[in-house]
Design a protein around this ligand. Structure first.
Ligand code: P6P
Length: 281
């Protein structure tokens, strides 16, 4: 596992340089989800794939930017699903973005996830590694230094309301309105990585990207967005659900499957469960 973490650290240093000087323009390609790929997406993906190809313990990889699973080392132990540069379209307005990694054993399923890692490219570059606990590191003078453990409070006061509000189900809209009426603060940049990182570091709250009339299965991808952050939130003492169950219990049918998702402190997640259970009656 350490070889993988070292490769991720190297990728973060290289992608930081790419963000600072790279071309933020569009490529001529689309990814499997139909998103137009930015040149930064493709170049970040190449950086990460090339580094993982040198790690003997990596058996196969799944990237948001590639259609199929790619075999790496037949004798490898780990499977890695990653989003090389989530929120890349925010780079050209100078907002924070990130890389997300899910490290699996045996199969690309939520119950086979054994670790999760993400990198936040913001005013500072920070790396978060979730195994049996969640630890945050910061890039200082070219090296990552341990800064703190991350533990979620039982209840927070931040709310990140994702997806197209005009397409929200009525019960979801009422729930979000009620949460803001209770005094929660709106924190939403459109970048999953910094938005979830902020809730983790600022005491907790709720991030939601529900199923909507335009996207009934949500937008965020299970293997390399939803599951890794679900693992981080659970290891930090919080929870991650699809409105009804742990997202890590969801059965993946295709490597680019999406899922509605809610990440947060336990009080807020229980509130979602109650609202969605009442609606299901
Ligand atoms: P919306 C970025 O494109 C992303 O995949 C996530 O980082 C982010 O949470 C979400 O999409 C934002 O989507 O529909 O709110 O713009």
């Amino acid at each position: 596992m350490n070889e993988i973490l070292e490769a991720i650290k190297k990728s973060a240093v290289a992608i930081k340089a790419l963000i600072e000087t790279g071309d933020t323009g569009k490529s001529d390609n689309e990814n499997s989800t139909g998103d137009t790929q930015l040149k930064l997406d493709i170049q970040s993906d190449i950086i990460i794939e090339d580094l993982f190809a040198q790690v003997a313990s990596v058996k196969a990889i799944v990237s948001e930017e590639q259609d199929e699973i790619k075999n790496v080392n037949a004798d490898g132990e780990y499977l890695i699903a990653y989003d090389p540069l989530d929120g890349s379209s925010l780079v050209d307005v100078n907002l924070s973005v990130g890389s997300i990694f899910g490290i699996y054993k045996n199969d690309f399923t939520g119950d086979n996830l054994v670790a999760a890692v993400y990198v936040v490219f913001g005013p500072r570059v920070e790396l978060v590694i979730a195994t049996d606990e969640v630890k945050m590191y910061r890039l200082l003078n070219g090296d990552f230094h341990f800064m703190q453990k991350i533990v979620l409070n039982p209840k927070g006061n931040l709310k990140a309301p994702g997806s197209t509000q005009s397409c929200w189900p009525d019960h979801h809209k009422k729930m979000v309105d009620d949460i803001f009426n209770d005094g929660y603060r709106l924190r939403y940049s459109g970048g999953m990585v910094p938005d979830l990182h902020q809730i983790l570091l600022k005491g907790g709250g709720l991030f939601s990207y529900p199923g909507t009339s335009d996207r009934p299965k949500g937008k965020l991808r299970q293997l390399f967005e939803v599951f890794p952050f679900a693992y981080v939130y659970e290891q930090a003492g919080g929870a991650a659900i699809d409105g009804h169950q742990r997202v890590l219990d969801i059965k993946t049918e295709h490597i680019h499957d999406t899922s509605p998702c809610f990440f947060g402190s336990n009080v807020e997640i229980n509130r979602v469960l109650e609202v969605y259970k009442e609606h299901a009656k």
